[in-house]
Design a protein around this ligand. Structure first.
Ligand SMILES: [Zn+2]
Length: 150
């Protein structure tokens, strides 16, 4: 579990107790000395993903990783960065005890993560996932990115 203050990877658990189906953990960062609390779901609920055509399937971590891998090919995004992104997405649903989502909700979460990691990967993922059927939405995404740089 990373320290939310300084991003140090190896934080210590100083207290752990169950809390409403979750584990409440008090952690301390040995690097910056700050303390924080995490709630970890002991057992993740099965997440169902609804697709645009109305069909649905269980959340498939490997499939999501494959999609992201295509986007980050030959880009300076590490395997760890990618795994952290997928973990974050899974944990977001698990911590809310959410059991249903849509491909577009997951896609938006991936895009938010990639935006911070690498803009080329972001545009690549967006082009597949958003299925740029119209030129306007593509231009909008590119414009958003160049606005950010200013
Ligand atoms: Zn820290």
């Amino acid at each position: 579990m990373r320290c939310p203050f300084c991003n140090y990877e190896d934080t210590r658990v100083i207290d752990s107790r169950p809390s409403e189906g979750k584990k409440r953990r008090r952690r301390e960062c040995p690097k910056c000395g700050k303390r924080f609390t995490t709630y970890e779901v002991v057992e993740k609920p099965q997440l169902m993903v609804y697709k645009r055509d109305g069909s649905f399937e269980p959340f498939d971590r490997q499939k999501l990783i494959k999609g992201i891998q295509n986007a980050i090919k030959k880009r300076p995004v590490s395997v760890d960065d990618m795994k952290n992104l997928v973990d974050d997405i899974e944990n977001t649903f698990a911590n809310k005890m959410q059991t249903e989502t849509t491909t577009s909700e997951i896609g938006d979460m991936v895009l938010m993560g990639l935006k911070k990691l690498d803009h080329v990967a972001y545009v690549r993922f967006a082009s597949v996932y958003k299925d740029f059927s119209d030129v306007d939405s593509f231009i909008q995404i590119i414009t958003e990115l160049s606005d950010k740089k200013k």
